[in-house]
Design a protein around this ligand. Structure first.
Ligand SMILES: C[S@@+](CC[C@H](N)C(=O)[O-])C[C@H]1O[C@@H](n2cnc3c(N)ncnc32)[C@H](O)[C@@H]1O
Length: 265
């Protein structure tokens, strides 16, 4: 593993217990039956009953198991041993059936011998910034899909990813200029004010993401952009009744999330 992924792995392992105890992830609610998926992906992925679904970079498995609650036959994969151990415990504790695979996403085709076996490959919110090679990531997603199956991705928007928390200052490049170093910082959830190990992250402009979809032999069905976010992306955003955060009316709109669906030919 290269120094970037090793650093990121340390950071993700340190975040797992903090996230699992946070109000942000609301694990207690999940254990009482709450579905952790957002209305965006539930609506856009559609019915999953009986479908084989692979969740890339599944963290500690709450979303994966939420798809299982909706009837999907699920497999989750992540490179964090702490996350996968927690995901397996969660599956055992809830009695939901799921396979969890410990693997770097780029090596997953070797760790999980299931080429062309999935109806749906799913990934969401905070996955692409850990990826150096966008085309290779898309090829991994495509590798696991059966012809006619689809990739569904919901993610923070690359255009606004470049901005700092004030929503005005540019913090990152729009184009991929190699790994950006993030010094030790608190994680994005509530919880103990303890700095997490540093990370390296990559920026991917929309043209790289869509170019990778095409290069991986996938046919784009839709690309949606949203002027709201599932978390307080910029200071001063207000949470609406629907649970999404919006900029104050005095600000002009910005794209905060996007989603895409692409079919395997
Ligand atoms: C922000 S989380 C995904 C979020 C998910 N939507 C959630 O909130 O549960 C990012 C995940 O990517 C995983 N990850 C980062 N780099 C990875 C890599 N190279 N291979 C596999 N997993 C990776 C991390 O361990 C983490 O679980």
């Amino acid at each position: 593993m290269d120094k970037y992924r090793l650093a990121n792995l340390r950071s993700w392992n340190a975040r797992v217990p903090v996230h699992a105890a946070s109000r942000f992830y609301d694990l207690k609610g999940f254990l009482r039956g709450r579905n952790a998926l957002l209305p965006i992906e539930r609506r856009e992925v559609g019915r999953v009953k009986g479908k084989r679904l692979l969740h890339l970079q599944c963290h500690f498995g709450m979303d994966t198991l939420s798809w299982a609650r909706l009837g999907a036959r699920v497999t989750g994969a992540d490179f964090s041993d702490k996350a996968i151990a927690r995901a397996r415990d969660l599956a055992a504790g809830t009695g939901l059936k799921a396979d969890f695979v410990l693997s770097d996403v780029m090596r997953l085709p070797r760790a999980l011998p299931a080429k062309g076996k999935f109806d749906i490959v799913f990934a969401s919110y905070g996955v692409l910034c850990w990826i150096a090679d966008m085309r290779r990531w898309m090829r991994v997603a495509s590798h696991f899909l059966r012809p006619g199956g689809f990739l569904y991705l919901a993610e923070s928007h690359p255009f606004t990813n470049i901005l700092a928390m004030d929503g005005r200052t540019q913090e990152l490049p729009y184009f991929n200029e190699g790994p950006a170093y993030f010094p030790p910082e608190y994680t994005y959830t509530d919880g103990p004010r303890k700095a997490m190990p540093p990370t390296y992250e990559w920026c991917h402009p929309m043209s790289d993401i869509l170019g990778a979809v095409k290069a991986a032999g996938l046919r784009l069905d839709f690309l949606h952009e949203f002027p709201y976010c599932a978390w307080e992306r910029f200071k001063g955003m207000k949470k609406g009744r629907d649970g999404f955060y919006r900029l104050p009316a005095s600000r002009k709109s910005l794209p905060l999330l996007f989603s895409l669906k692409a079919f395997k030919k």
